[in-house]
Write a new protein. Structure first.
Length: 233
């Protein structure tokens, strides 16, 4: 579609769109906030207190049209993560997503061996926000742009797991973040690095608000009634 039909087109950088109406995002837009992460950490601190520190969180996606995360891949991932957690003398917390196949989770569980761990069974409260708040390292499968983007709110190391398959767009997404110093491909160890937490929502909202104001002759009723936005990065 002709991008000139729109005053603003919000698109991820890995889509490689260009034009005066395009506003690029380095990561996906999402619902995660600092307040939600803090609340999650408070809610799960006692329930995960039995695990050794540092705590590693493994956030699992699932197979899709581009990548494969089946039982065989789950077993290999479990063995690799287990070895890395043992080297840290740490603990592990695992949360699957709706796309994680039961067979994948079971093979991974077996491969973890005796590593001190918590694995969410899908019942009761979801520990997702708690893991974002408590984990020193976040390990995320490459199929999920959303989980990778949300983890970048923490400012803590995000290790992305390569999966069998290929996606040019999703590969560019991770490679761009690697080049910018936000994430690293998981190589079986937990190096430590930091970065300013990446929250694209305030920056994008401010740019859209400016365009609405400009296109309404400098008077935007919705903008006038909205709270001030954070300054763009």
């Amino acid at each position: 579609m002709n991008l000139g039909l729109f005053d603003a087109v919000i698109a991820p950088r890995h889509d490689r769109l260009a034009g005066p109406s395009v506003i690029e995002t380095r990561a996906g837009l999402h619902r995660v906030t600092v307040q939600k992460i803090a609340a999650g950490a408070d809610a799960w601190a006692d329930r995960l207190a039995h695990l050794p520190r540092p705590l590693v969180a493994l956030l699992l996606g699932g197979s899709n049209r581009r990548y494969r995360l089946d039982g065989k891949v789950g077993a290999a991932l479990g063995a690799e993560v287990a070895a890395a957690v043992r080297a840290l003398d740490g603990g592990l917390a695992v949360t699957p997503s709706r796309r994680t196949a039961p067979a994948t989770l079971e093979r991974l569980r077996t491969a973890l061996g005796d590593v001190p761990r918590f694995i969410w069974d899908g019942k009761g409260d979801n520990p997702y926000f708690g893991l974002l708040g408590l984990a020193a390292h976040l390990v995320i499968t490459a199929d999920s742009v959303s989980m990778i983007s949300e983890a970048l709110m923490t400012g803590r190391p995000v290790h992305v797991v390569r999966l069998p398959g290929r996606s040019r767009r999703l590969g560019r997404f991770v490679d761009d973040l690697v080049a910018d110093g936000y994430v690293r491909w998981f190589d079986g160890r937990f190096d430590t690095w930091s970065y300013p937490p990446l929250d694209e929502m305030p920056r994008i909202a401010e740019q859209v608000r400016r365009r609405l104001t400009a296109n309404s002759g400098g008077s935007c009723m919705h903008c006038a009634n909205s709270p001030p936005a954070m300054p763009p990065e």
